[in-house]
Design a protein around this ligand. Structure first.
Ligand SMILES: Cc1ncc(COP(=O)(O)O)c(C=O)c1O
Length: 400
């Protein structure tokens, strides 16, 4: 089978990378081209690489691997997910109007509000899970639709094909933040998205050790040219060593995701049995309102769970008493992390927006890792039982 074979399975592609072994030396591990600049043999005799802000062979191998996985046209690797999203917002101009999922990563909201609104761009947050409502919100100047599915942290699912149908022929850029599922589970370009963005820091990296971001575009030459100009001009690109770490991480993306998803399914079911847990938000549960839509457009449910406790006091007790699971921001790594969105990832999201999506001080977000699932369940169980001991058996004591 040749590397360019369209029938190559995603896990094979990920393991080998785009080019894979170095053609010059045979090195199985793609080399790290730790060079800022590249020698020219003569005038107009470039090797194809001139200066690493514009292009670096290690970064290019990573970008091409992700382009192939996404079935896209071109990918750009950035120094963080926010740098990737900012590059996409750079496509906007004063007077433009953008519709975004009302439930989305707090940093994206901050970027829109603090950095881009002052330039005369208007951002409006709507319930993307109801595409019928979308039509009435589109204006003459609507230039972009920005969707997270599943969303952070409420795990709301948006029907990508339905959005595509509503905006068809209206010249609106359709952007999907695919951080939670990655293109291993979900390929938004195949459902009408023009651009897919990632915090590569999360599952694509998977080891909580690299900050990275990606934009992947479909076959739109003008868009690709504009994005290449922005990336090259602003230079928020991923360095060679971090690109190499990402190439190495991608080799295990498939096995990591499959195992993490399996663990998450079991933990979600366990949480449903806990009387102190009021709601469990996991798109792999048939009771999740977005379960069918997610199955229609993806091949997996991922490993992100949010759950609401009976009280704020219990939520705080859990984050302060987990032993194996780390209380930390971020997600998608091999180590399980528990996050308190209301004071961490979404601290700066306006109160009204948080409340309208149900993001309150009783909500925790769990990124399920690769530990043995029984150890994780035991860890959660000991927090519930120590809380019972502390409150004298009451499971809903609220001292807030
Ligand atoms: C869905 C989503 N998009 C984007 C980002 C931003 O990515 P980064 O932290 O790599 O800049 C995050 C970070 O948590 C996220 O969860």
């Amino acid at each position: 089978m040749k590397k360019e074979d369209d029938n190559m399975k995603d896990n094979t592609r990920l393991t080998h990378g785009f080019q894979g072994a170095d053609p010059c030396t045979g090195a199985i591990s793609f080399p790290i081209f730790q060079s800022a600049t590249f020698r020219h043999n003569g005038l107009y005799q470039s090797t194809g690489y001139d200066y690493s802000r514009a292009g670096n062979p290690t970064r290019e191998e990573l970008e091409k691997t992700l382009t192939a996985l996404e079935q896209g046209e071109k990918c750009w690797a950035f120094s963080s997910g926010m740098a990737a999203i900012s590059t996409v917002f750079r496509l906007l101009k004063p007077g433009d109007h953008v519709l975004l999922s009302e439930d989305l990563y707090g940093g994206t909201h901050r970027l829109a509000c603090d950095i881009y609104e002052p330039y005369g761009i208007e951002f409006e947050y709507i319930k993307m899970s109801d595409p019928s409502a979308l039509s009435s919100r589109i204006r003459e100047n609507t230039a972009m639709i920005f969707v997270e599915t599943p969303s952070n942290p409420m795990m709301t699912v948006t029907d990508l094909a339905a959005i595509r149908d509503v905006i068809a022929g209206r010249g609106i850029l359709f952007v999907v933040d695919n951080t939670f599922l990655t293109s291993y589970f979900q390929k938004p370009l195949l459902f009408g998205a023009d651009l897919v963005v990632y915090s590569g820091t999360k599952y694509l990296c998977g080891h909580n050790d690299v900050l990275a971001g990606f934009v992947v575009a479909g076959p739109n030459e003008d868009l690709c040219t504009r994005l290449s100009r922005i990336s090259m001009s602003e230079g928020a690109v991923l360095g060679a060593f971090d690109s190499w770490l990402m190439i190495r991480s991608l080799k295990t993306l498939a096995v990591r995701l499959e195992r993490q998803e399996k663990n998450a399914g079991e933990i979600a079911k366990y949480l449903q049995t806990c009387p102190e847990v009021i709601d469990v938000y996991y798109v792999g549960l048939p009771s999740h309102p977005g379960y069918d839509t997610n199955r229609k457009q993806s091949s997996g449910a991922g490993a992100m769970i949010s759950f609401r406790l009976s009280s704020r006091d219990l939520a705080v007790h859990i984050i302060e008493n987990v032993q194996l699971i780390y209380f930390a921001e971020s997600l998608g790594g091999v180590e399980s992390l528990i996050t308190y969105p209301v004071v961490q990832t979404h601290a700066e999201t306006p109160e009204a927006l948080k409340l309208s999506v149900g993001l309150d001080d009783r909500l925790l977000r769990l990124s399920v890792g690769l530990e043995d699932v029984s150890d994780m369940i035991e860890d959660l169980a000991q927090t519930f039982s120590s809380y019972q001991t502390k409150t004298g058996g009451s499971s809903d004591g609220n001292f807030a």
